[in-house]
Design a protein around this ligand. Structure first.
Ligand code: SAH
Ligand code: SF4
Length: 422
């Protein structure tokens, strides 16, 4: 259950979100995806197991669910054959429903997904030479109305559940065939007589496609704090999806009161959607700025636990022609980063236009000039290159965000390499 009360914020930027736990199913069974060990154990005792058996079975189920990606109780070879139908009567192991799956010629994949109660949301996978980044959604729509963001225009908002968030990563592993001993959706089935399978935990980083996660899909993750945290804990659990926190980045538009907790309770990399360096401009394009201003935000960044030169904070900056892209803006951005002594890098994102948007993208020359000013101040400021253009030309907030993060990650790795060398 939700432990964080909803935060009151005045006006249209107030997140009126619905806390959610388990989405009820029409067949009365309970979807285990999203539940931690203790909760699974509780459900098993409610169903009649004694406490000790419930705890043991919960541990086994957890492993099969999150580490092995098994969706059928019959595949759980260390659970007694007689117990498997007993589990299947009461529980399911579901995935978000896939409405549409697109595959770009550059390797980018995009999925339109649907919750059990019929809400659609997106997920994008962006591979490049060094890594594969999955861009995960935290809400259906967004309560914040950033003026350049298409998601901000969507009215319907509900928080995604823990299961719907971690379910995205699990679905991506299904599609990429990346569970330990897993099979790709295109590969032949494993030997069905192989009751034991291979040793659990044999999943290694070598040759993996999905290596990084960015919470940069639809929604503001810090307005769905508990569910995002609990989902990422399952992702980071060594007996769960087992992805290192260093490979996970959470992007926020600046929900200042939750940033310290994000650092303490998740410890993932932080990205901040800055997009403006004056109160006037940021108030307009990122309206949460009216509640939590630039100084407060940058102070929260300076206080973010774990930020260091090896784990820099990413400032996202969307390039809007004539709005936030002057030389003066660039100089102010560099000055602010220095004033707060932030271990930071800046990601310059060419604005991805959508029908009805009030802005245009800055020219390539302007973006280059902006980048050079920041770079001259000693701060890395790469410009991200668009990906997956052929599968989605109009929308693309998700892929924009993920593409630029994978650039940022590339950049970080390059720096780390440099540091290691010299
Ligand atoms: N709500 C969070 C995370 C999701 S939005 C946040 O705002 O940080 C992730 C990123 O998508 C934002 O930083 C923004 O840079 C980017 N974005 C949104 N709409 C965009 C657009 N039309 N063009 C380019 N980037 C966009
Ligand atoms: Fe919401 Fe982020 Fe879009 Fe702003 S940029 S409207 S916070 S999803």
């Amino acid at each position: 259950m939700s432990s964080t009360p909803l935060m009151p914020i005045p006006g249209h930027i107030d997140p009126v979100t619905t806390p959610r736990d388990i989405t009820p199913r029409s067949d009365g069974r309970i979807d285990l995806v999203g539940l931690p060990r203790a909760h699974i154990a509780e459900l098993l005792s409610e169903a009649g197991l004694d406490a000790k058996a419930a705890k043991l079975r919960a541990k086994q189920l957890f492993h099969w669910l999150y580490h092995r990606g098994v969706t059928d109780f019959e595949g759980m070879t260390d659970i007694a054959k007689t117990m498997r139908p007993w589990l299947a009567e009461r529980f399911v192991i579901a995935r978000p429903e896939v409405v549409l799956a697109q595959h770009s010629s550059d390797g980018t994949r995009k999925w339109l997904l649907r919750t059990a109660d019929g809400h659609e949301f997106e997920m994008v996978f962006i591979p490049d030479e060094a890594r594969g980044t999955l861009c995960v959604s935290s809400q259906v729509g967004c309560t914040l109305n950033c003026r350049f963001c298409h998601t901000g225009t969507m009215r319907l908002v509900r928080n995604l559940t823990v299961g719907e968030i971690v379910g995205q990563v699990m679905l991506a592993r299904d599609a990429l065939g990346e569970w330990p001993n897993g099979v790709s959706e295109f590969a032949p089935l494993p030997d069905e007589d192989d009751e034991d399978g291979d040793a659990p935990g044999s999943y290694t980083a070598n040759g993996r496609l999905l290596t990084n996660i960015v919470m940069m899909g639809m929604g503001e993750p810090l307005y769905n704090f508990d569910n995002v945290r609990d989902a990422l804990r399952l992702v980071m659990d060594g007996d769960g999806l087992a992805l290192s926190r260093r490979r996970i980045t959470l992007s926020t538009s600046g929900v200042v009161p939750m940033m310290a907790r994000a650092g303490a309770e998740m410890g993932v990399n932080l990205a901040v959607s800055l997009h403006g360096v004056t109160k006037e401009v940021r108030d307009e394009i990122v309206p949460i700025n009216r509640k939590y201003g630039i100084e407060e935000l940058l102070q929260a960044c300076a206080d973010y636990p774990g930020a260091s030169n090896a784990r820099r904070i990413t400032f996202e900056y969307v390039m809007l022609a004539g709005k936030n892209d002057s030389d003066e803006d660039a100089r102010e951005l560099a000055r602010l980063i220095k004033q707060y002594r932030l271990p930071a890098k800046v990601n310059l994102i060419p604005f991805n236009p959508w029908p009805g948007a009030a802005y245009e993208c800055s020219s390539p020359e302007r973006i280059r000039a902006f980048s050079e000013i920041i770079f001259a101040a000693g701060i890395s400021a790469p410009v991200r290159t668009p990906r997956g253009r052929d599968i989605d030309a109009a929308c693309g907030q998700l892929k924009t965000a993920a593409a630029k993060m994978s650039r940022a990650e590339l950049d970080r790795l390059a720096d780390e390499k440099q540091a290691a060398l010299g």
